[in-house]
Design a protein around this ligand. Structure first.
Ligand code: PLP
Length: 381
């Protein structure tokens, strides 16, 4: 395991911009934007796009996405958003009347509304789990899972404060009671190690525009082997067996291409976005997720110490995703703190009573110094 040196040269972030907001929108590396521009430009000359090109990009990108989570290529489908992926999961996880869908308090809305609707459609009950006292999110969830649980939907880190959830333990408990496990790894995939073999989730949805440093409206869904014969949301043409023979598309068939491909979104072969996602994910894999985690973990530990010295506490290292930091703000914090900081070229986000500070390998020490200096000044006023 090595600490990765600063990678700012691969991005287009001016020296005077402190961008500490990967959890909202990861900046794309230049290489990814260039690949997207080349892809988009192909539409200037559509005659250069061949039938085979409808399949080439997805074939290259699918195994890269699989590597991010230790999955086989067969388990990966292309989705435009987490809500799309979770809708696919819901469609394939029938529940009986009275069964519970368990979610965590303050979970991201796409991973809550989906289950509201699914509970209403199946006569299941939505149960929202919160913590008491010093209880961890994992303990609260584990305590709530029982014989009535039909499905658990959560993340690996909570998006508001980075609190870590022991998804391997949740997975074990789900299997004990026969419940399905659906994960939204948008706030961790690419920066926190995850292995589908260890966790055994039923579905995993990931949006590509945060920690994967990819374009907006890209993402992927992992589908466990037992669901790969399931029903997709859409009835498109490209996922059907034999779709590469354009001359015979009117030989309609109910058969799909193998694996999770049947769950691919319509027009998945996006000539502009897929090459960009590919370049971003190749960069992540080149750095290595474990090394990214280690590097951001070390940087955040140092930052947490400096915030602590200013009286701002962060969750202890063992209780949070190493790549994620959210400091508790005093009640006297100016309501427009993030706007003020933005005016000084410092980009962070506020979620409730916490300041979410999500640096990445492009973050320079000078960014952190500038941020802390200005934060101190605004909190002192
Ligand atoms: C945890 C989490 N999941 C999902 C999303 C994005 O959801 P969607 O792709 O449905 O827009 C976000 C965006 O902030 C998020 O923080």
């Amino acid at each position: 395991m090595t600490l990765i040196p600063n990678q700012r040269h691969l991005f287009d972030i001016p020296d005077d911009v402190a961008y500490l907001n990967t959890a909202t929108m990861g900046p794309m590396p230049r290489s990814a934007v260039e690949a997207g521009q080349v892809g988009l430009a192909r539409k200037l000359r559509p005659w250069t796009i061949s039938d085979a090109d409808f399949f080439a990009d997805t074939e290259r990108v699918r195994p890269l996405l699989a590597r991010l989570i230790g999955a086989g290529t067969d388990g990966i489908a292309f989705i435009p958003s987490v809500s799309y992926g979770l809708a696919t999961a819901a469609k394939n996880l029938p529940l009986a009347k009275g069964q519970e869908i368990v979610v965590l308090e303050d979970q991201f809305p796409s991973n809550v509304y989906t289950w509201h609707a699914h509970a209403a459609a199946t006569d299941a009950t939505l149960r929202t789990v919160g913590t008491r006292g010093n209880e961890t999110l994992s303990d609260a969830l584990l305590g709530a899972i029982g014989p009535d649980t039909g499905l658990v939907a959560c993340a690996n880190v909570r998006w508001t404060d980075g609190a870590l959830i022991d998804v391997a333990a949740i997975g074990r408990r789900c299997r004990e009671v026969g419940a399905a496990l659906v994960l939204d790894l948008t706030q961790s995939c690419g920066a926190l190690h995850f292995d589908v073999g260890a966790v055994q989730p039923d579905f995993v949805a990931v949006a590509g525009y945060k920690w994967l440093l990819g374009p907006y409206a890209t993402g992927f869904l992992y589908v466990a082997p037992q669901h790969r014969e399931g029903a997709p949301l859409e009835q498109g043409w490209i996922t059907r067996a034999g779709a590469s023979n354009f001359a015979r598309l009117i030989d309609y068939t109910d058969a799909f291409e193998p694996g999770a491909q049947r769950f691919d979104m319509g027009e998945r072969s996006n000539f502009a976005l897929l090459p960009a996602l590919e370049a971003a994910v190749r960069q992540i894999l080149d750095w290595g997720v474990a090394d990214i985690e280690q590097t951001l973990g070390a940087r955040n530990a140092a930052l947490a110490d400096r915030l602590g010295a200013m009286g701002l506490s962060c969750p202890p290292a063992a209780a949070r995703g190493p790549h994620y930091l959210a400091a508790l703000l005093p009640s006297s914090t100016p309501p427009d703190l993030t706007t003020r900081l933005k005016g000084e070229n410092i980009h962070v986000s506020r979620r409730g009573d916490r300041l979410r500070i999500t640096q990445h390998l492009f973050t320079a020490d000078a960014d952190i110094d500038h941020f802390l200096d200005r934060l101190k000044a605004h909190l002192a006023r």
